[in-house]
Each structure stands twice: as structure tokens, then as C-alpha cells.
Design a protein around this ligand. Structure first.
Ligand code: ZN
Length: 75
């Protein structure tokens, strides 16, 4: 599997989030790095995902990473 890097020009940091534009709803969805390349998706590093700006009238929807398997070491 190839290393995914941030799609911002001149960044080059490892990607940790995937951005998906939903043009129908004027919505940008920021979620965990997708396991497959989406046609309208952009990979971003954590820093650029955090400072993301969207066009006026658009909104950002942030999706949490999927829950991990139960952690037995918590006790
Ligand atoms: Zn970046």
C-alpha cells in the first residue's frame, strides 16, 4: 500500500484525514483516512484538516474515526 500524503501543495506530510466534497449539499465531510481513493476525495494531514476552510455558504461535517475494538488494558 502506498504512503498517502497531504494533497496540499508543498506540504508533503503524511495524510491522516480524507476530505470529501458533497456538491449537492454544499458540504465538506472530513473523516478518517479512507481505505480507498474516492473520486472526489482529498487526503489531508492532521494540521491541514484542522485549519480547513471552505467556501462561503458551505459547512464542514467532521466524522469521528470508527470506534476501536474494546480495550482490555483500561482496567
Ligand atoms: Zn498538509
Amino acid at each position: 500500500m502506498d504512503v498517502r500524503i497531504c494533497s496540499k501543495v508543498a506540504c508533503g506530510a503524511g495524510a491522516s484525514a480524507t476530505l470529501t466534497y458533497d456538491y449537492a449539499d454544499s458540504m465538506v465531510v472530513v473523516g478518517p483516512l479512507s481505505t480507498r481513493v474516492e473520486p472526489h476525495g482529498y487526503d489531508l494531514c492532521a494540521r491541514h484538516a484542522a485549519v480547513l476552510r471552505v467556501p462561503q455558504g458551505w459547512r464542514i461535517v467532521r466524522r469521528d474515526p470508527p470506534p476501536r475494538t474494546p480495550d482490555r488494558s483500561a482496567s
